[in-house]
Design a protein around this ligand. Sequence first.
Ligand code: 13P
Ligand code: SF4
Length: 302
Amino acid sequence: MKTISIEEQILELKEKRNAVILAHNYVDGEVQDIADFVGDSLELSIMAKNTGSPVIVFCGVSFMAETAKILSPESVVLHPDPNAGCPMADMAPAEAVRKYRERNPDTVLVAYVNTTAEVKAEVDICCTSSNAEKIIRSIPEDKKIMFLPDQNLGANIMKLTGRKMDLWPGYCPTHNRMMPDAAEKIRAEYPDAAMVVHPECSPAIVEIADSALSTAGILDFAKKTDAKQIIIGTETGILHRLRKENPGKEFIPLIPLPVCPNMKKITLEKVLDSLKKMQFPVELDAALVKRARVPVERMFEF
Ligand code: 13P
Ligand code: SF4
């Protein structure tokens, strides 16, 4: 009897359910390969908003699946593993954000999309790493800004724009593991290599790199640079696309294993199960969706 591979089973069920599979650049390569679209947070939000598909299987972490639901509330959004969260998003609990707002009613709250739906419902505007600079520059000079929850992204944008902001004390544990001495060492080891990092890295790392970009920006940088060797300062999942799309170039991780364990929770088996059992649908209260959608839609104006 002919055995059907797990990939074939997923594709078959995907057709049957009329589903679309979206995957973030950090999930395992084999999951990326069965997806209809692979991208960064902003690209995935746009895809979720425009798909029109009745079922979205979201291969990424919870805040991303929630954002897809906020933007496509009519669709069933399946998250193959609801335990795949983002520790940085958890560093800004909704209650603490609400309290901050009460104490600072005139401050503009800018939230990185790496926040829960409940937090999005409390803020003025959202951003991703690819549009944060533009969004911050658009806020009137006389307004005080609180940027949450990533203090590294906030500090990097502050440096870029010269705009002072209050920073929430959150960070990404995966990107925070990259230390300036490791960055200096690898640059010395590969003197001809270009170096690009994610702006969730500390300003000290960004200072050493040639550029700090979103995951989509890193992919674009790799295509355009003349360098044949490129040092990459972000999560390892991105190496799959970098190598596939640039066969003549060598990609060197800044440190050996900057892995986001939550992104790695999304496996082919769980994607198959999610389509088989229609699990696990993102459930958000309609009133919450309505409020959380406002700052996300505002972000799209940029
Ligand atoms: P991007 O928006 O650059 O894909 O980043 C998302 C993320 O979670 C980085 O850690
Ligand atoms: Fe969150 Fe960091 Fe993982 Fe991105 S890489 S999902 S910020 S923990």
